[in-house]
Design a protein around this ligand. Structure first.
Ligand SMILES: *Cc1c(COP(=O)(O)O)cnc(C)c1O
Length: 430
């Protein structure tokens, strides 16, 4: 008999390239067929073949309150019953914009869009429009969505000589994107010396969470602020993951470095498609209809998505769950670290707030180049064993795990036990 999972996989592949609408869902990095979700509640995701999994992916970040939080669901239902979109401005989107502004003081004006990709794409265009310059500087291993200008990676050899990280990205786009290594200020110094007068923006994930988890080294973000100021470029923080993840605001309020533009997404949409780009009023008012930089969206500021975002932010502000999330995550990570030691496996679990990366190596990790050298085979064994035991960890060593307020002590205890067994497997098989 063909399982539901196999039948769905075959159907999906006939209808969609690779059977998915976003590549990581194909489970290419973990050597097993993808799972299919039937429903989810809180920390638990139930697959179409009826397995209940403790979910550490949480839709790759948006669901800090867990799946189907009752207040978020109620807000969505009430908003949908009043009509799903109007093409004129609603009070809900004004309220979401006001809430974000109040939480992140560097955001004087913002525009709501439908994804993080759109937010970053718009940030780059605004920065170019505001400065009259074309080049941007980004960091290898930082992800800013899939706009052409962002699908660029460092070439081998000389810093800044870049190449497209996807087919279909024209050389003309690649030529305007400079790539430095994360946490390597010397790369930035060199590129700013050569190209500072042409630089529109320095774009960075303040905490890198798309190459596992890599925290900025002491002073790195402040150094980027100085380099942006010295060259006349704008500093753009891509806070699509970091926004409302570590505090009720963005990481800029923790590190004390203020960007000109902030990109948001994920949590501010409460699990519906939302992004936002905001910053200094004079910069943001370059956007149409006030200024010459065009940007628009049929479903931008969608009232159902705004309702989901508002309900999420309201709950986060009222409960301030950040210290508790950090405590819970710390307990999990300390136990996993002990389990790795007991199994004799070299493992680092970089952690910040409720984010956890998995690195099979005992070498220090400063950025993408170091992660690439780690043991992918060990990650596969870990992932497969966890899945067998009912734990859904993100299906790639480049993704981070996300704890939510719905993860309980019991979930954590079950996860620790599963990891202990999985790490024994890793030790036996590698
Ligand atoms: C997820 C992500 C994006 C892209 O957001 P989408 O909504 O997937 O388009 C951009 N930047 C960062 C840092 C992200 O984690």
């Amino acid at each position: 008999m063909v399982s539901t999972r196999e039948a769905l996989a075959a159907r999906a592949r006939r209808a969609m390239p690779g059977g998915v609408n976003s590549p990581v869902r194909a489970f290419g990095a973990v050597g097993v067929p993808p799972i299919f979700a039937r429903e989810a509640q809180g920390a638990t995701l139930t697959t179409t073949d009826g397995r209940a999994l403790i979910d550490y992916c949480q839709s790759f970040g948006p669901l800090i309150l867990g799946h189907a939080h009752p207040e978020v669901v109620a807000a969505i239902q009430a908003a949908a019953a009043r009509g799903t979109h109007y093409g004129v401005t609603t009070e809900a989107e004004i309220e979401l914009a006001e809430r974000i502004k109040a939480a992140i003081p560097s955001i004087e004006r913002l525009r709501l869009v439908s994804s993080g990709t759109e937010a970053c794409m718009t940030a780059i265009r605004v920065a170019r429009g505001a400065t009259g310059r074309n080049k941007i500087l980004k960091f290898s291993g930082c992800y800013h969505g899939h706009a052409d200008a962002c699908l660029v990676k460092a070439g081998s050899g000389v810093a800044g000589i870049a190449s497209a990280s996807s087919a279909g990205v024209p050389a003309g786009c690649v030529g305007d994107t400079l790539v430095a290594r994360y946490n390597h200020p010397e790369d930035v110094t060199e590129l700013v010396q050569q190209h500072g007068h042409e630089l529109a923006a320095i774009l960075v994930e303040p905490v890198a969470a798309n190459m596992g988890l890599v925290q900025p080294a002491d002073g790195f973000l402040a150094f980027l602020r100085e380099q942006a100021d010295a060259s006349g470029a704008l500093l753009v923080f891509d806070g699509v993951i970091c926004g409302f993840r570590f505090c009720y605001g963005e990481y800029q309020q923790i590190c004390g470095v203020t960007p000109d533009i902030t990109c948001l997404g994920k949590i501010i949409g409460g699990g519906l498609p939302v992004g936002a780009v905001g910053g200094r009023a004079d910069v943001m008012e370059q956007l149409a209809p006030l200024g010459p930089v065009y940007q628009g969206g049929t479903l931008s500021g969608n009232p159902v998505a705004a309702a989901a975002g508002l309900a999420t932010l309201h709950r986060l502000q009222a409960d301030q769950p950040y210290a508790e999330l950090e405590r819970q995550t710390g307990r999990l990570v300390a136990a996993l670290q002990d389990a790795a030691r007991a199994a004799g496996v070299a493992l680092q679990l970089p952690t910040l707030g409720s984010l956890v990366g998995v690195v099979f190596s005992d070498q220090p990790i400063r950025g993408f180049e170091d992660i690439e050298r780690t043991r992918q085979d060990q990650f596969q064994i870990l992932f497969q064993s966890l899945l067998q035991q009912g734990i859904y960890w993100p299906p790639s060593p480049f993704e981070v795990a996300f704890l939510s307020t719905a993860h309980t002590e019991a979930h954590i205890a079950q996860t620790i036990a599963a990891w202990q067994h999985a790490l024994t497997r890793v030790a036996e098989q590698t």
